[in-house]
Ligand binder design. Structure first.
Ligand code: EPU
Length: 432
């Protein structure tokens, strides 16, 4: 079991380069299953979710060759349609993307339901609604989702719930279906657009990604591509939070400032200085921040995946802040851990009220999920004294070389191997 040991109080200074987006790459890699030729995917982050995805594809027969640590060459022509079992699905919820892509290519798929989630209820009814509309029969048998279709025929689909996963799965299933598919109330997240751009670069006909309505005209074949994944909006936001919490001055490179706007606006509001350039931003911390209100929303609203890290910064902002989580039922599990560091936070349902304190104090704490772990790192960097952060496998699912990048900015952080006194073991390892 590894943990981070962080001695807080060093202001972060210097430059950091953001890696490729986790939530784009976990869709783009399975999407190569739809291609009839080899693909080269660049700017892939070196994170465990990518390792798991590539491992699944390799076990199914894809030829996978790493050209370097961030570029992969994938030939999915030899890939066979095999069930994806629970042992894999429980590690990473994005295994659900194999449903759309296998259905699109083989007209059948058998993938385990992902199971419990640390963030609360995460049904896949909208994914299934979409597959059914395209002509697939959907069943659940022994914990596995079973999809079968004689033909996939384009249709009009209205999502009752705005869902990133269902939108991506819908696009993947429709891309080789016969005729026109129209997805309404589609998710507009940058990673949805990136997936559509990647598929279009293979010869797909998708228009409207990034808006509420996506139109997909089915094509017979998709050719190979060389495609570079967009930078990770949430990794960038996390470094913004780290710079703000330590009152540092950091140039964050390889970002798309437009994707960061909802996050940037909140930092500006509390008193952090943010300068935007073409593909980088500079974050300059202030001595005193003021509390604010945050409500998470689908893109272009404030992203739920930045809610914990932003709350960590607000623990030391003057006055009260109100943080409302409108996407997930259970995204405040990190609050108990921040309280161990001296934060004054009360939670009622989906609303957290944070009363700013002067300074957090280092403590042993446990990551309960990926972004919770990121929030604890932000808090520990700004705190007085030493923190130990356990269950960092959550963080490594989505952040490439987090501690190395932070050390490059002057943070006092090391990763050490040690028996874990606070983890509640296997139950903590559920995927998010
Ligand atoms: N929902 C349904 N039915 C469905 C699908 C979703 O009711 O069929 C609900 C969910 O329960 C939730 C809401 O719709 O309340 C939004 O869920 P969505 O489907 O958009 O989430 P997701 O696709 O499972 C992705 C990201 C998450 C991110 C959410 C929201 C990936 C691989 N995961 O999850 O990322 O929080 O969108 O933006 O893209 C993370 O990176 O830390 C993370 C959890």
């Amino acid at each position: 079991m590894e943990k981070y040991v962080i001695k807080g109080g060093s202001k972060l200074f210097g430059e950091v380069t953001i890696s490729g987006a986790k939530n784009a790459v976990v869709a783009i890699l399975p999407a190569t299953i739809l291609a009839d030729e080899p693909c080269v995917i660049e700017n892939i982050p070196n994170i465990s979710d990518v390792t798991i995805t590539l491992q699944i594809m390799s076990e199914m027969g894809a030829n996978i060759r790493m050209r370097n640590k961030n570029t992969v060459e994938i030939d999915t022509r030899p890939l066979r349609n095999m069930p994806i079992p629970y042992e894999k699905a429980k590690l990473m919820r994005a295994t659900t993307y194999f449903l759309g892509t296998l259905l699109g290519r083989f007209h059948s798929a058998r993938v385990s339901m992902p199971g419990g989630c640390n963030l609360g209820d995460r049904p896949i009814d909208q994914h299934l609604k979409c597959f059914t509309a395209l002509g697939a029969e959907c069943g659940i048998d022994g914990g596995m989702v079973d999809l079968k279709a004689d033909r996939l025929i384009g249709n009009q689909i209205f999502f009752d719930k705005n869902s990133v996963g269902a939108t991506i799965n819908g696009i993947m299933a429709a891309v080789k279906a016969e005729g026109l598919t129209i997805i309404e109330n589609a998710a507009k997240e940058p990673h949805v657009v990136d997936l559509a751009n990647c598929l279009n670069s293979m010869g797909a006909d998708i228009i409207g990604a990034g808006t509420d309505v996506i139109k997909i005209r089915g094509v017979k074949e998709l050719h190979g591509t060389t495609y570079s994944v967009i930078p990770d909006q949430i990794e960038a936001g996390t470094f913004m939070a780290a710079a703000a919490a330590t009152r540092g001055n950091v140039l964050i490179k390889n970002v798309i400032p437009k994707h960061l706007e909802p996050i940037t606006n909140k930092f500006l509001k509390i008193g952090v200085q943010v300068e935007q350039y073409d593909d980088s931003i500079r974050v300059i911390g202030g001595e005193n921040y003021v509390g604010t209100s945050i409500k998470t929303h689908p893109h272009p609203g404030f992203p739920t995946d930045m809610q914990p890290q932003m709350s960590a910064v607000l623990t030391c902002a003057k006055g009260a802040s109100m943080v409302t989580e409108s996407i997930f039922d259970n995204r405040f599990r990190y609050v108990d851990e921040l309280r161990r560091m001296g934060a004054n936070i009360s939670v009622e349902g989906r609303v957290a009220v944070i009363e700013g304190v002067e300074r957090l104090k280092g403590a042993p704490v446990r990551s309960t999920d990926l972004r919770a772990g990121a929030a604890l790192i932000v808090a520990a960097l700004g705190a007085e004294g030493t923190s130990e952060i356990y269950d960092i496998f959550h963080v490594e699912r989505g952040y490439e070389n987090m501690e190395v990048k932070l050390r490059g900015l002057g943070a006092n952080i090391i990763k050490v191997e040690e028996p874990d006194p606070v983890s509640d073991s296997a139950a903590a390892k559920k995927a998010v």
